[in-house]
Design a protein around this ligand. Structure first.
Ligand SMILES: Cc1cc2nc3c(=O)[nH]c(=O)nc-3n(C[C@H](O)[C@H](O)[C@H](O)COP(=O)(O)OP(=O)(O)OC[C@H]3O[C@@H](n4cnc5c(N)ncnc54)[C@H](O)[C@@H]3O)c2cc1C
Length: 414
């Protein structure tokens, strides 16, 4: 039995293959074809949608690890490696990723497969950093991609083949100075406000109480001194307890939910500051909206949940990102504001997530592929101008639908 990270998805694959290298991936795909079975690549299983679910063959990519090469502005890494291992390897060379998602347990291919993003108005997702890939297609042949064709693979949903190696753009390592401060939702979500002015920024909202906290960070230029820490002792103590309990503090005790994360401010490498050290096993749905629609969408969400008696207990996380070129990336073609709604594992999140999906679809949102959503191919066609090209690429790379699944049939069609 396979269970995803949140515990909300499970399946009983007929077989699980764990290839050690690209030749092993080719053999696994060929073996599945010989047996007339479908095969689904799986990374760290952090997606909450059933993208990695299959009754046929699971292709566990966790042994495809290790750096292949590192240059001054590129790294080539095997696709099943975790982000944590990449952060560490790059730091040893005074390099870094330009974008830091808040989990480092994700695999490179899994994160790219769903368009995993960080939060910065001028910064693209991890998928946007990809400059080349090697992949095993549905006929068990190795293909190499670079240039414009990569736009299909930037958010491939595991539907186009098994990524074995990925080349990513990297930047010189730098220190980030981060800061956090409470405010009202409308001032923190204002277009052109805190979310848009910094290298990295996010806002957490506790919708029932109307409380909000903004966190932001900027790179400290080489040679300049980091600003002195602004540690308020009360906040520092609260931050200590928040760190100890992970973000659970903010879920369980609404009165103290604004517990600061860094005690006001901090300085360090982005991957040390921005990765959540103890993420809670929650179910989530996340939506990518036109940036300018964020404030109104949050108000609408607040009104709709209150009207239905559905409380948004966990803080709503709001992030931003640059327009993407990936054909199926939820931020395709527009500067994006992301709204993530989480529900502790074991709660009945269905009615809440359905309502969130209805409200945010009406606001022009597209679902994060890794979150819960009920979109079908009809909605995908309407929301993604390059969906037909993605399907053509799928026809070329997987003509026999070796990588298909019930969920992919729903969102992409057969
Ligand atoms: C605690 C937590 C924090 C998160 N933080 C963020 C965040 O900051 N930003 C964000 O955008 N998302 C975030 N997510 C969502 C997460 O980024 C996605 O779920 C991501 O896809 C998970 O990567 P994974 O390695 O677990 O892949 P999986 O969930 O295992 O797989 C995801 C997709 O990738 C495909 N895939 C896996 N390996 C391969 C391969 N070798 N070749 C081709 N396809 C492959 C799978 O078939 C599937 O379609 C978070 C999720 C959690 C649980």
């Amino acid at each position: 039995m396979w269970t995803n990270w949140s515990g909300g998805r499970e399946c009983r694959p007929r077989a699980t293959d764990r290839p050690l290298d690209e030749a092993g991936v080719m053999a696994a795909v060929a073996r599945a074809a010989d047996r007339g079975l479908r095969i689904r690549p799986v990374g760290a299983g952090h997606s909450d949608s059933p993208l990695a679910v299959t009754d046929d063959v699971h292709l566990d990519c966790s042994a495809l690890t290790g750096i292949v090469s590192v240059g001054t502005d590129r790294v080539r890494i095997r696709a099943g490696a975790t982000l944590a291992s990449l952060h560490t390897a790059l730091a040893e060379k005074d390099l870094a990723l330009d974008v830091v998602p808040d989990s480092d347990a994700l695999t490179i291919a899994g994160a790219i497969g769903t368009g995993t993003h960080g939060s910065g108005a001028a910064v693209g997702s991890l998928s946007a950093q990809v400059t080349g890939v090697r992949l095993v297609d549905g006929l068990a042949a190795v293909r190499r991609f670079e240039g414009a064709d990569l736009d299909a693979l930037r958010t491939g949903l595991g539907a186009l083949g098994v990524l074995t190696e990925v080349e990513l753009r990297v930047v010189p390592a730098a220190l980030l100075h981060v800061h956090e401060e409470p405010g009202t939702p409308s001032e923190l979500l204002e277009d052109g406000g805190v979310l848009d002015r910094h290298r990295w920024a996010e806002v957490e909202l506790h919708v029932p109480s109307g409380e909000a906290i903004a966190r932001w960070g900027d790179v400290i230029e080489p040679g300049s001194e980091p600003p002195p820490p602004r540690r308020d002792p009360v906040r520092a103590a609260a931050a200590g307890s928040a760190e100890a309990l992970g973000r659970m503090v903010s879920w369980l005790a609404p009165g103290v939910w604004r517990s600061p994360r860094w005690g006001g401010s901090a300085t360090g490498p982005a991957h040390r500051l921005l990765v959540d050290p103890r993420p809670q096993r929650a179910e989530f749905t996340e939506w990518a909206l036109p940036r300018e629609a964020l404030d109104a969408a949050v108000r609408e969400l607040s009104a709709a949940t209150a009207a239905r008696g559905l409380e948004l207990k966990a803080p709503v996380l709001v992030r931003v990102g640059a327009a993407e070129s990936g054909w199926l990336h939820p931020a395709f073609g527009r500067t994006t504001g992301w709204i993530a709604v989480r529900a502790p594992r074991g709660t009945d999140s269905g009615p809440l997530f359905d309502l969130v999906g209805t409200v945010l679809t009406a606001a022009g949102g597209r679902p994060h592929w890794a979150g819960r959503h009920d979109w079908t191919a009809a909605e995908v066609d309407q929301a993604y101008p390059r969906a037909a090209e993605f399907r053509r690429m799928r026809d070329q790379l997987d003509p026999q639908r070796r990588f298909a699944s019930t969920h992919l049939d729903t969102v992409l069609g057969p």
